[in-house]
Design a protein around this ligand. Structure first.
Ligand SMILES: Cc1ncc(COP(=O)(O)O)c(C=O)c1O
Length: 351
């Protein structure tokens, strides 16, 4: 059976153009800075997010971790939203490997942080207080439903942090989605923060990789963290070549994913047993609550899968679908039909 896989935008496959570029990539030893394709990707990435330099890393998690380890000294506290990916899904890497306690503040419904709460979370210098080393933002905000922080929201938090002498890192895994939603160039958002991590391997369809961008001295320091974590690669131009295609060819089509996510969300929000706040559907992610009686989330997702649709679970009764490259418009329509057919059926029949 043909499966429509809407679990994540990380399931995207490299395009034929990417595979072609990978086959032809000029390579060298990147640990010595000698891979021309990686160098080209890093320059292009830095330029596209308006930073001085960038470093190619195997994953978004490693990009964020290199940022934490480079910004902070052992024992520094990292302030972040209580729904942030770094807090939930990155194995507590900063705490485990850098001795960095996490201090969370509440994320609002759209992933925003209240600047006064961030200000209160930043410790004054006092013996006994862990010094605050970093504030982290996330845009788009995954757990909040792919929601977007405006430039003003980012700036107001960054202002508070900077006034207290604390740098700001952005987990911008999907920053191109945020910029597309707002209709602004990415640097308009990233200029508010000191450093940014963004992913090539999600909505941009590259098979591997993320970039950590910021001031040149910061990025050279971050290269030490990458090496320590085992993330310095050799002839990585083979994968970086796909990343260049991602940045040159895949950014402009992002609004298509947003439109498809919106359409699908509008349809499934009408169904009984689904509680979906359409105001959170701003980009390619749709998060909703399964309220249908008699269905456990596991049974529900299994029933969808039995009809050819894969979606992901987001804890308790929250579920997520993500629109991405490679899914045709008729497949989104079919996905909505599958939701409808499963929800209008008694769960007993599929047990
Ligand atoms: C907001 C956010 N940050 C970071 C990551 C980590 O990226 P990776 O899976 O490449 O490590 C993800 C992955 O889904 C994410 O959604």
């Amino acid at each position: 059976m043909h499966l429509i896989d809407l679990r994540s935008d990380t399931v995207t496959h490299p395009t034929p153009e990417m595979r072609d570029a990978m086959a032809r990539a000029e390579v060298g030893d990147d640990q010595s800075g000698e891979d021309p394709t990686v160098n080209r990707l890093e320059e292009l990435a830095a330029e596209m997010v308006g930073k001085e330099a960038a470093m190619y890393v195997p994953s978004g998690i490693m990009g964020n971790l290199c940022a934490l380890l480079t910004h902070c000294g052992r024992g520094d506290e990292v302030v972040m939203g209580d729904q942030n990916h770094i807090f939930w899904y990155e194995s507590g890497g900063g705490a485990a490997l850098g001795g960095l306690p996490y201090h969370t503040v509440r994320n609002g419904r759209y992933g925003e942080l209240d600047p006064s709460e961030v200000n209160a979370a930043i410790r004054p210098p006092r013996s006994g207080f862990a010094p605050t080393g970093l504030v982290c933002l996330e845009n788009t905000h995954n757990r909040c439903g792919g929601t977007v922080l405006s430039r003003e929201q980012m700036q107001s938090v960054a202002d508070v942090a900077h006034e207290r002498g604390v740098p700001v890192h952005l987990d911008g895994a999907r920053i191109f989605n945020a910029a597309a939603h707002l209709g602004v160039p990415v640097p308009e958002l990233t200029s508010t923060v000191d450093t940014v991590q963004f992913c090539l391997s999600k909505g941009l369809s590259a098979p591997v990789g993320s970039l950590l961008a910021g001031p040149a001295p910061f990025v050279s320091e971050a290269r030490k963290a990458r090496k320590m974590l085992g993330g310095a690669m050799r002839q990585a131009g083979v994968i970086a070549a796909a990343g260049i295609v991602a940045l040159e060819k895949m950014v402009d089509r992002i609004p298509e994913d947003h439109e498809q996510a919106r359409r699908l969300a509008e349809r499934i929000s009408q169904l009984p047993g689904i509680e979906l706040d359409l105001s959170t559907v701003q980009t390619n992610i749709v998060v909703f609550e399964l309220t249908a009686e008699g269905w456990s989330p596991e049974e529900f997702t299994a029933a969808l899968a039995a009809e050819g649709l894969r979606i992901s679970s987001f804890g308790a009764r929250r579920l997520r679908v993500v629109a991405h490259h490679g899914i045709e418009p008729e497949e989104y329509a079919r996905a909505a039909d599958i939701f409808e057919s499963v929800l209008t059926r008694t769960p007993v029949l599929v047990r």
